[in-house]
Write a protein that binds this ligand. Structure first.
Ligand SMILES: Cc1cc2nc3c(=O)[nH]c(=O)nc-3n(C[C@H](O)[C@H](O)[C@H](O)COP(=O)(O)OP(=O)(O)OC[C@H]3O[C@@H](n4cnc5c(N)ncnc54)[C@H](O)[C@@H]3O)c2cc1C
Length: 525
């Protein structure tokens, strides 16, 4: 058995959606990072199957959105049944649509396919996952963390400046650093779940049975595969549910659906799933961070687990890169300050949705049960960091709709001298901060666009003056960008690398102050 030591700036433990998002983000910023996973290879079990609008915006920034849209499906209708009789079929209105400011509606795509897309991107960026590598111990040691990793060829020691535990609900990293996961297990909310092949069923929609006697049965066609995700609620009064099997799934289909021409041919994955609702007390202890399911676990109602993990990673990535590049390490404290309250809200929301769905099912009201699964909150677009130290609040007199701490919305303008459409997201895409100045004819004075923070900063002028020219100028010919950003007087908006607004302020031409950014901790030391 060999025992050897290597080093990395960041060690990511776990190559699920959280770890892979973080790895892609760090790799594109040129950070020396390693990803290890105890599994011998990627999981093929479907699990999460919705990528919410905000996570799609992350996918856009990471350069994988085209592949996601190519393989995924939007607006999958739901066909409701009363036993073998179809009662309705519709696309659930509450699910959300794309439009000005919001380029992506939720996309249905199974977790393994999304992970594959991220792994491909990581490979393009020069990274890879070390499979068959189980982290056994994690110990902070001065200015680094010592991690022991077991592989088939021996034990490896990795010294990393930072470690991020993206190692899922049973996180070893969490236990090693002494963080506590607090919460409850909903023993009476259990599901049989699996990936099956079905013959005789129309694949253009989800098929859903909800009844007081039988509970819920959902058959969802997983896009770009020949598989269906099978989900059946286990009766609350069943103290010892049987283990999942193909025969059991066939029996449930016959009992709850009674569609004699429909058969389950085989299965790739069968499981019994119990709902836990838990949140970790600390997201960071010293040089070790927790993200994704390692930090929060909740009900799948609302489809938030994978999506919240993706956003944890996206919040942490640019901060780690900045600190490794010389920024004040206090920047890293804002990760827990910003993300833990979001997880708390996700837990509360998904638990409330779970109870509402079970109640409506008990009352035999399948449509309202289905409606209760989604809403504005589940899109991820309303998440905001108004109280973060990185956010500079507006003066009380300013009632702008788009405020510091909010997500920066998308909008469309035109490139000068051409009819090419330019999206705000085209300007934000990449690892930099963005200072956007808005004007109606007079460019902002140079002092507004100086970069006192010395952070990687892209400056862009958005103007309604259609005679303006220049490489970083966008013509807002019909005023859409001004409207969506709620810009009255000429203003500047400073946008963080993760596309949240740090500050906005009016441009004073007579008293040209430098940007009033309070992104103090991003300042290089
Ligand atoms: C049945 C089911 C249905 C779900 N439905 C949805 C849904 O509809 N929508 C949604 O958003 N979410 C859903 N989820 C949740 C979603 O699957 C998780 O939130 C998501 O997988 C979390 O990603 P993660 O990267 O944080 O952790 P994981 O995906 O759990 O990845 C953790 C990785 O860490 C590795 N690992 C663990 N320990 C070690 C170690 N000691 N050393 C090295 N590697 C280690 C594991 O092998 C694993 O690959 C569902 C989950 C389940 C189980």
């Amino acid at each position: 058995m060999k025992d050897y030591t290597t080093s990395a700036d960041v060690l990511i433990v776990g190559a699920g959606p959280t770890g892979l998002t973080l790895a892609c983000d760090l790799a594109r910023r040129g950070v020396d990072c390693r990803v290890v996973d105890q599994a011998e290879g990627p999981s093929t079990a479907s699990r999460a199957k919705t990528i919410q609008p905000r996570a799609l915006e992350v996918a856009d920034d990471l350069g994988v959105i085209d592949r996601v849209l190519q393989l995924g499906a939007v607006h999958v209708p739901t066909r409701h049944y009363d036993h073998d009789r179809v009662t309705s079929e519709a696309v659930e209105a509450a699910i959300g649509t794309a439009g000005p400011g919001v380029p992506y509606a939720p996309v249905w795509l199974s977790q393994p396919m999304f992970e594959q897309i991220l792994r491909d991107r990581l490979t393009e960026l020069g990274g890879r996952v070390a499979w068959g590598s189980t982290v056994a111990t994690v110990q902070e040691d001065g200015d680094a963390v010592e991690v022991s990793v077991r592989t088939a060829t021996g034990e490896q020691r990795i010294r990393a400046r930072y470690v991020v535990g993206c190692d899922g609900g049973r996180s070893l990293v969490r236990r090693q650093i002494g963080a506590t996961l607090e919460g409850v297990s909903y023993g009476d909310h259990r599901w049989w779940l699996g990936d099956v092949r079905i013959q005789g069923l129309d694949r253009h929609c989800q098929h859903l049975w909800m009844s007081p006697e039988h509970g819920i049965l959902s058959l969802f066609p997983l896009p770009s595969t020949d598989l269906w995700q099978f989900q059946a609620s286990i009766p609350a009064d069943d103290p010892n549910p049987v283990q999942p099997s193909l025969d059991l799934f066939r029996r449930i289909l016959a009992d709850r659906a009674g569609l004699t021409a429909v058969t389950i041919a085989d299965a790739d994955w069968l499981s019994l799933y119990k709902i836990n609702v838990c949140l970790v007390d600390r997201y960071r202890i010293g040089r070790v961070f927790l993200a994704g399911d390692a930090a929060h676990i909740h009900s799948p109602a609302g489809g938030q687990g994978m999506n919240t993990g993706i956003q944890d990673a996206y919040n942490l990535g640019w901060k780690l890169a900045a600190v490794l590049g010389g920024a004040d390490p206090a920047l890293l404290d804002t990760y827990e300050l910003e993300r833990r309250p979001v997880a708390r809200a996700v837990l509360d929301d998904s638990t409330a949705r779970l109870h509402a769905v079970m109640r409506a099912t008990g009352e035999g009201d399948g449509s309202s049960a289905q409606r209760g699964l989604t809403g504005d909150f589940t899109t991820g677009l309303t998440i905001a960091y108004p109280d973060s130290p990185l956010t500079s609040p507006l003066p009380d007199s300013d009632n702008a709709r788009v405020r510091p701490g909010d997500r920066a919305p998308d909008a469309e303008g035109v490139q000068p001298g051409s009819s090419r459409t330019v999206r705000v997201f085209d300007l934000l895409r990449g690892p930099h901060w963005t200072l956007v100045t808005f004007d109606h004819g007079h460019p902002a004075p140079q002092s507004t666009i100086d970069n006192p923070l010395a952070v990687p900063l892209r400056t862009v002028r958005i103007t309604t003056d259609i005679t303006a020219t220049g490489p970083d100028v966008v013509l807002d010919t019909d005023g859409q960008i001004h409207r969506i950003y709620d810009i009255g007087e000429d203003s500047a908006v400073l946008i963080r690398p993760d596309s949240y607004i740090a500050t906005r302020f009016p441009i004073r031409r007579d008293d040209p102050a430098t940007p009033r950014t309070t992104a103090r901790t991003a300042q290089t030391s």
